[in-house]
Design a protein around this ligand. Structure first.
Ligand code: BG6
Length: 300
């Protein structure tokens, strides 16, 4: 559908408007009295969330691509139906298919008085390669109001169980990652991808002194970024998620990524509501599964 057609069918005056975004990709801007967000149909990808009276909560790289076939670097990529590389198929693209697929709009509605909400969907056919999940429908509901909520619903349309790993790979803007701390992960087991080894988080809040890439497992609690430099706390709560991924690439890894500015790493931190490693999900035949994250920023 063209932007005019989308606005005629789904637009909500000042609350929901489709516009041409970067790279000519279609973007939905949702505005509520309590907050505003931007969402690309490419990847069902949220790229901006600004609570009313506050500052941008998400981070997007200045070097991000905005083009068909490429993921957007920043915002909230939907990593689905696998997180990271796919063990059964080393050729499979990192972080699954959703973030490089175009979605269609199912509905846009105002939920008085709480927020504005859009549902994007896409059906994925039977996989043409062995080891890859297929035959499912993905619905991504994005709601902006007092908080930003992203819910990703998988419906298994196949005859067999659907194995799934996934993440709502949220990139948050921070004043300086070396000066923030992350709460609520104490005592949680993790796998550190930098060392290639497991560990258990200590009693203190998590702080950052180098490349950081940990998948915390068996945890439903979520996390909170405390950012004194920005005078802000960002609460990341979740549902349908047993893993939390925390990632910052630091200097070398940032420099090695073409779509990530060499000096941008201090200003971002990923906290991802996920199901990964031992928390992989198996969606039964005819069943569904929802992964949700709720983001709330509080300025102190
Ligand atoms: C994180 C992973 O979730 O995503 C990291 O834990 C990975 O290992 C990062 O490097 C970014 O992945 P990509 O595919 O977007 O470069």
């Amino acid at each position: 559908m063209t932007i005019n057609e989308l606005n005629r069918k789904f637009g909500l005056r000042s609350m929901a408007k489709f516009v041409e975004g970067r790279g000519g990709l279609t973007k939905l801007v949702m505005t509520h009295e309590l907050g505003r967000c931007e969402l690309y149909l490419h990847g069902a990808h949220v790229t901006s969330y600004v609570p009313t009276g506050g500052k941008e909560v998400l981070w997007v790289s200045r070097k991000s691509l905005f083009e068909a076939g490429a993921p957007i670097r920043g915002g909230i990529p939907v990593c689905h139906p696998w997180f990271g590389p796919l063990e059964a198929d080393p050729e499979a693209p990192m972080h699954g298919l959703a973030r490089t697929s175009d979605f269609e709009v199912e509905s846009v509605e105002s939920i008085v008085p709480d927020g504005v909400s859009a549902v994007l969907k896409r059906r994925f056919a039977k996989a043409d390669k062995p080891g890859r999940p297929g035959n499912y429908e993905l619905r991504v509901r994005v709601t902006v109001g007092r908080s930003l909520c992203v819910a990703c619903e998988t419906r298994n349309l196949g005859r067999d169980e659907l194995p799934l790993t996934e993440a709502l790979h949220s990139y948050f803007g921070v004043s300086d990652v070396r000066k923030v701390s992350v709460m609520h992960l104490s005592g949680v087991e993790y796998f550190c991808k930098v060392k290639g080894a497991p560990g258990v988080e200590g009693a203190k809040p998590v702080t950052f002194k180098g490349e950081f890439d940990r998948v915390y497992t068996d945890t439903t609690v979520g996390a909170k970024i405390v950012d004194p430099g920005a005078k802000r706390e960002i609460n990341v709560s979740k549902r349908g998620s047993n893993s939390t991924v925390v990632w910052n690439p630091w200097t070398k890894k940032a420099a090695a990524m073409a779509d990530f500015g060499d000096n941008e790493w201090p200003r971002m931190l990923c906290i991802e509501a996920a199901n990964a490693l031992s928390d992989a999900v198996r969606v039964p035949r005819g069943g569904k599964h929802v992964l949700e994250t709720v983001i709330r920023a509080v300025t102190r």
